[in-house]
Design a protein around this ligand. Sequence first.
Ligand code: NAI
Ligand code: MG
Length: 368
Amino acid sequence: MKRYKVAVIEGDGIGREVVPEGIRVLEAAGRAFDISFSWQHFDWSCDRFLKTGHMMPADGLDQLRPFDAIYLGAIGSPGVPDHVSLWGLLIPIRRGFQQYVNLRPCKLLPGIWTPLKNFPPGHIDFCIVRENNEGEYSEAGGRMFRNTSAETVIQETVFTRMGCDRVMRFAFELAMKRNRHVTSATKSNGLVYTMPFWDERFAAIKKEYPDVKTDQYHIDILTAHFVRHPDWFDVVVGSNLFGDILSDLGAGVVGSMGLAPSGNLNPEREFPSMFEPVHGSAPDIAGKHIANPIAQIWSGAMMIRHLGASDAADAIEAAITKILAVSDVRTPDIGGNATTQDLGEAIASQVAAAGSKEAQLRSTAHNQ
Ligand code: NAI
Ligand code: MG
């Protein structure tokens, strides 16, 4: 039996509604595939910030360090400035644990309506590899002459050779397992230091992978291509900001924010990786129990795949695909009126049904 120790941070808003569904489905997969989960919940959130002045305790990273993985919902509440909540929890975990890859699959599933006409299921299937530790999201900068007409703000972008090279290599390695095509998101016409450097590193790293086809686009036209030609892409690598923007666009083209999973990966496995949906805490629908839990559930599948249970991860992804294709249990964002829990339960039952077939096959094989 595999045993996984998982730190759970539901966070804020719909994070608290979708995480229990993710756990429900992972538990079902655990029963079917012989995995035992030990979940430890942390109440780190904007509520905690409002009570204590901190999103997480000072030794938060030390507390998370012994876990196999972190399963996160979403962070953010209208009562706390977004940069405070993000920099008080998410970014310290991503950086402290060297989760320098943010992997975000974008796949159009059967039964999902995409706003792009002419793209049937199977025709959009790419991954965004977002640099997750540096880039435009930096603490270098400052604000001067506050509250005067000379008020000045500076925000620096930080690109390092190590940071660019390692995320690009990850993208190429991923492409080698997929369709051997990497696209780089750049803007080396407007940004004269950072992006030409990014292009230089891309040119250097691609030499290590002669079997992989490459191209690069400035981010402005790339957004248009995502909409007009999403079938052109296999793996798209981008800086922190570009990858962030592209991944919501990717979620948009595959039908809903509620369908986009992600993994914040420490590929060397020196630290726990963290799995969370691409979406945020969605205050506009929080408390209504209509959030789509699939992004959270799928992030759970990515988590156990990362931990080595690829059979159980396959079963969860297959259950998501099956339920979307054949069932009318759908949340409002994908055209139904089911609740978050209804959809979570439908996927969990599907995982259990597939798992019991699997178990029967295993025991028949064993008895023969
Ligand atoms: P958001 O992703 O929370 O919501 C954008 C839109 O998508 C909303 O209309 C929302 O209702 C819809 N949506 C999102 N997830 C959905 C789901 N599972 N099912 C159905 N509809 C869904 O982004 P927004 O509004 O920009 O940010 C809200 C808060 O979340 C802010 O405080 C922001 O800072 C935070 N945020 C946190 C993230 C994280 O924890 N990783 C990522 C993005 C935003
Ligand atoms: Mg984002």
